[in-house]
Design a protein. Sequence first.
Length: 236
Amino acid sequence: MKCDHKSDNSTCRLCSAGLNLFMNDLPSELELELNSLKKNIKLKKDQVLFHEGSVPLGLYCIDYGKIKLNMIGSDGREHIIRLLKDGEVLGYRALLSGDHYKATATAIEDAEVCLIPKVIVDKIILKSDRFLKELIRKLSTDLTNAEQSVTSIAHKSLRQRVAESIIHLKDIYGFEEDNQTIAVVLSREEIASVVGTATESIIRQLSDLKKDGMIELDGKRIKILNENKLMVTADK
């Protein structure tokens, strides 16, 4: 499904992406150019923002909604490498390296994203050391998380990894109003992609965690009943 790109000349909502502090020192003419060229993109659930292998157009800021970054492995399976929420940015690694996208970005639910074109990002980088440092910090965080993921897969059991992934989902998206239900809806296939295992294995592990009183399952929703026990299981 094609993205709906629309220009928006209103004040750029970079504050929602946590980058407003790095824009305050921009010259007024560059800020005006930014606001005139940025584009708002509305995404429906399961709609693709950009495809693996495509050329980067700019920096994406999530105004609201949830997005996953996924790759297709040699086995033909989807591997979710990162989950994002409102207030986060994506697309910066390919933008800084000048390479094509290494993953596909897909909306988990309806979302709205602001695209800052590459030509503007390049100008901002030249004008703002703070902005560049923030992008580098985000790259460093991504690398640290990737290393931790590799270590987890190598040294933890599947049960531990599933418990760890549930806690990770809670840390990213938080709870709904009941303060127990994780505020994101993922299919069993998607959870398997996050953990790095088969869907059948995820179904069994979730069932076991439920039997042990750590979680409750309501369709695709996961409710955490005993977070302390879940953390002990995850060896965190």
